[in-house]
Design a protein around this ligand. Structure first.
Ligand code: SAH
Length: 506
């Protein structure tokens, strides 16, 4: 048995992008992941297949596992020779009890390393436009717990020192005790007019913040119903909040947006929406799977030169067709002499990435609009191959046939109903957290209503705006008794996002 190793890892304050590269590398290779309550648990997706994932966190005062048991668990797992990723919010050594866990490990003779994380006390203010130090305001910064260990006999706080210092004071876990904190600072001599900022859910899509003064902040926090997790910042630097605030200006901040595309296709849309500030609910309604038998595809690939035109209708079509090209031992040279069309810019990009510049990309991205363009290109009487999903709309091949082309459809992948738990999206709908529902194809509509009953959706519809990528998707939506609120003129994902942003600004 090898020697165990424990990594005490800081997961950062919530924005998934604020995990360090080193932390991610360890998460990808660890045998066991032990984690506390985290502002964002997406990191668990980095775990390798078969890794054991154990939640030991606490929410509020509710301990899932007491600290001594957590220590025992870590020691036991490491004793089995395993690599352990012990993940904590923010930084493990800043109010994270990481120090105590490290001491336990030393006593048990277990090797460990620390991967620091971005602490909420720096990140949440930064995202709210507050640099914790600034030469015009302060020469030091002080991190303070607003919730001392209740079993301690003597307080570790020296309010007089905090009050008299010119440090920026950053309180963690302090919202409940905010009246006491403000009172102690004022009674020990801090100016009641000192600016104070509260940042709740810092760095996440639902971040909120406000600035007040020491004498008013407790009442204002109460009025605004500010709760944990919040960072409290006391000091002149808070006056920069309005000038330097950037994160909360994002156009889709705190807007819940459901993405129904297949997981394989969704990453671009998900990250764009995330960058715009949205709280994205990934709810893939479609699964994309390879075919069981590719013999027909390989046969066509070996005889590619017999075709005049190849029309790709989706990124998946490109991906699966090229996979088979590769399997057959061929490369892009097999396309020499053929004319190639891409129905839409994303498909065209996928082809370009494979070294093929499509000869034709229509201006409108629905089958109906494609045919006229191809006719102009002289497709009449030509042999046309369309690699695409096994089940798909027949409009394009039919219209091309009517126009005199000799069309063969070649299935290269299959789509199906994604086996997805509708629970989280249904709960978010009920809680009024969903503002936009996006449909990017007819099958996303059909499968969405397969997973969530139209009657159920109807109850919450008033709070939700539906965005459809184009007229075909809209027609399918209408079959279920709903009208889209948003439909871009250009039937592409970037256009859909643009319209959504415009809508949100209104
Ligand atoms: N080790 C963590 C702190 C754990 S103590 C770190 O370095 O950030 C938990 C407290 O951290 C919360 O009560 C809150 O005050 C603060 N906190 C953690 N994440 C936060 C976030 N995203 N926004 C605001 N405060 C946060």
């Amino acid at each position: 048995m090898g020697k165990g190793l424990v990594y005490l890892i800081g997961a950062g304050p919530g924005d998934p992008g604020l995990l360090t590269v080193k932390a991610r590398e360890v998460l990808e290779t660890a045998d066991v992941l032990i984690y506390d309550y985290l502002a964002n648990a997406d990191f668990l997706n980095y775990a390798k297949a078969g890794a054991e994932v154990i939640y030991v966190g606490k929410k509020g005062g509710d301990h899932t596992l007491p600290q001594d048991k957590i220590n025992e668990l870590i020691v036991a797992k490491a004793g089995e020779g395993k690599i352990i990723a012990r993940l904590k919010g923010g930084d493990p050594y800043v109010f994270g009890r990481g120090g105590e866990e490290a001491e336990e490990l030393v006593e048990a003779g277990i090797d460990f390393e620390v991967i620091p994380g971005i602490t909420a006390g720096v990140a949440a203010p930064a995202y709210a436009g507050i640099p914790v130090t600034h030469r015009d305001f302060t020469t030091s910064v002080c991190f303070i717990t607003g919730h001392e260990d209740p079993t301690k006999e003597k307080t570790g706080h020296n309010w007089e020192v905090y009050a008299k210092s010119t440090s920026t004071l950053v309180f963690y876990m302090g919202v409940k005790n905010l009246p006491m904190i403000a009172e102690n600072l004022i009674s020990n001599g801090r100016d009641p007019e000192t600016p104070v900022a509260l940042v709740r859910w810092g760095t996440r899509c639902n971040q909120e913040s406000f600035v007040s003064t020491l004498e008013n902040v407790a009442e204002e926090a109460e009025n605004r119903k500010f709760k944990a997790p919040s960072i409290i910042v006391v000091g002149g630097v808070c006056s920069l909040h309005d000038k330097l605030g950037w994160f909360e200006k994002r156009p889709l901040l705190n807007k819940g947006v459901v993405v129904t595309r297949a997981r394989e296709q969704a990453s671009g849309l998900v990250s764009t929406l995330g960058r715009l500030g949205a709280c994205v609910y990934e709810f893939p309604t479609i699964s994309i799977t390879p075919l069981e038998d590719y013999s027909a595809v390989r046969k066509e690939i070996k005889a590619l030169s017999g075709w005049d035109w190849l029309i790709f209708t989706s990124v998946n079509g490109v991906k699966h067709f090229f996979n088979q090209l590769d399997e057959t031992g061929l490369d892009a040279r097999a396309f020499a002499g053929l004319e190639i069309a891409a129905i839409g810019p994303a498909t065209a990009d996928a082809l370009v990435a494979k070294g093929i510049k499509p000869d034709f990309v229509p201006e409108k991205y629905v089958a109906e609009g494609v045919v006229s363009g191809l006719l102009e290109r002289g497709i009449k009487g030509k042999k046309v191959l369309i690699p695409r999903a096994k089940v798909a709309r027949e409009v394009l091949p039919e219209e091309l046939r009517k126009a005199g082309a000799d069309v063969t459809v070649l299935p290269v992948y299959e789509t199906g109903l994604a086996d997805n738990d509708p629970g989280p999206v249904a709960d978010a709908l009920k809680a009024g957290k969903i503002h936009y529902l996006t449909f990017t194809s007819s099958s996303t509509v059909e499968n969405f209503f397969n997973l969530i009953e139209p009657e159920t959706f109807h109850k919450y519809k008033d709070a939700v705006k539906i965005a459809c990528i184009g007229p075909v998707t809209t027609r399918t939506l209408e079959k279920f008794g709903f009208e889209p609120d948003i439909q871009p003129d250009d039937y592409t994902i970037p256009a859909l996002v643009d319209v959504l942003v415009q809508e949100a600004a209104e």
